[in-house]
Design a binder for this molecule. Structure first.
Ligand code: PLP
Length: 399
């Protein structure tokens, strides 16, 4: 593969991080420069059109975002994609489908993102809510164990089955085939939700076999490089009537007199909420227009990141991991998220290591005792080798 030279497209963020090695692309990917012009275009559209800007947003901007997402995920029905400022809001709308029902049963895993974990644990305080959490602890060494556990629990027909495509606390990922296997194991009444935030625009994902059968969540501030404000959800066809609903869910009917019935759009828009800052969609479109122009598909992106990851592993000073008591939580990089996770001996030790790295200008992030090194398109081999050199000095220093 010829090396990609994408750095010139990230000149502003790189200028903001001079002398820093930002290896937290999985947390906040740098945005390409074109997103700045797009951001300004949003401002100019507001100035030009005030209230009428919504016409452009609904007729041009959002459809274009839907097109990009549908292309990235290989979906046929772009109108089945709903938006919100974040994914938490979309999960709240999903949960609101069950308002008024006597019971809600949820099957999920121990590696789900904080917003979902908090939300569902809080709801579990209600006597009507039953929760089963399948442990992901052995997933690295025995992925069948988790899949079989989930398949077994799906026999109980939970109302909602919520699982990540890429687990945020390790980077380990379910394959498209494994997701399909899980989907085929569920009963028709179970709503399956895949949190694709760490998979979308990172791992080449083909949802064609799952389209219409699962909900898929993703958003803009990681690998999609659009920043905040772009949560999305791929919605199966259906007459959805979430109880938590806002005026966007019936945008097409606005000019008509309000009826007694609460109407909903007949596509994914049924899950829309209300007024939100739309600048993120402008940024998203600008980034993905650029990548399309450059012929940069998610497969190529993934290949590039895998290249950086393997450079990292080749040059990685084992002495650093040994000195710090770090345990790698990855094995097969062919199908893995864009960050590599090491587990420290304790949370305190993890925090100390993160601080030491920071003092050397290395920016990574941490979840509990797990340190995450994330790779992005604005890095090249030299950055990765530079990272390993700095890690080497740290191992020597502590001897
Ligand atoms: C797995 C996963 N899901 C979802 C999100 C985003 O959640 P929200 O859009 O609700 O902030 C993140 C963000 O870090 C995440 O890691």
């Amino acid at each position: 593969m010829t090396p990609l030279d994408l750095k010139p497209h990230y000149s502003r963020f790189l200028k903001g991080h001079v002398n820093k090695l930002h290896f937290a692309a999985h947390s906040h990917h740098f945005w390409p420069d074109v997103t700045r012009d797009a951001h300004m275009e949003y401002w100019d559209d507001c100035a030009k059109s005030s209230d009428e800007k919504w016409n452009k947003i609904f007729s041009e901007v959002l459809p274009k975002t839907q097109e990009h997402i549908a292309r990235i995920l290989n979906l046929k029905h772009k109108n089945q994609i709903a938006f919100a400022p974040n994914t938490h809001e979309l999960t709240a709308r999903l949960l609101s489908l069950f308002v008024g029902r006597p019971q809600l049963s949820v099957l999920t895993t121990s590696s789900e993102f904080h917003s979902w974990r908090r939300q569902i644990l809080r709801l579990k305080e209600l006597p009507q809510v039953q929760l089963e959490v399948a442990s992901t602890e052995n997933f690295l060494t025995n992925r069948r164990e988790l899949i079989d556990h989930l398949k077994n629990s799906l026999k109980k027909s939970p109302d909602i089955f919520f699982v990540s495509q890429v687990f945020f606390d390790s980077g380990l990922a379910l394959t498209d085939d494994e997701l399909l296997e899980l989907c085929e194991a569920k009963s028709a009444s179970t709503i399956m939700v895949v949190d694709g935030y760490h998979g979308f625009a990172a791992i080449p994902t083909d949802l064609s076999k799952l389209e219409g059968r699962i909900f898929y969540l993703g958003g803009g501030y990681k690998y999609a490089q659009a920043g905040e404000g772009v949560g999305f959800m791929v919605v199966p066809h259906g007459k959805w009537r979430p109880a938590y609903t806002g005026w966007f869910a019936e945008y097409a009917q606005l000019a008509k007199p309000a009826g007694a019935e609460v109407g909903y759009a007949e596509d994914g828009m049924a899950f829309m909420g209300a007024t939100q800052d739309a600048s993120g969609f402008y940024r998203f479109n600008a980034a993905w227009d650029l990548f399309e122009k450059l012929g940069l598909t998610v497969s190529k992106i993934h290949q590039y990141i895998q290249g950086l990851q393997s450079t990292f592993l080749t040059a990685f000073p084992e002495s650093f991991a040994y000195e710090k008591g770090l345990n790698p939580l990855f094995k097969d990089l062919h199908w893995h998220g864009h960050f590599l996770t090491f587990e420290a001996l304790s949370e305190e030790s993890g925090q100390n290591i993160q601080n030491e790295l920071k003092s050397l200008g290395i920016l990574i992030d941490r979840r509990g005792k797990r340190l995450r090194f994330g790779f992005g398109l604005y890095q090249d081999k030299t950055d990765v080798l530079g990272l390993c050199e700095r890690l080497k000095t740290l191992a020597v220093k502590t001897k």
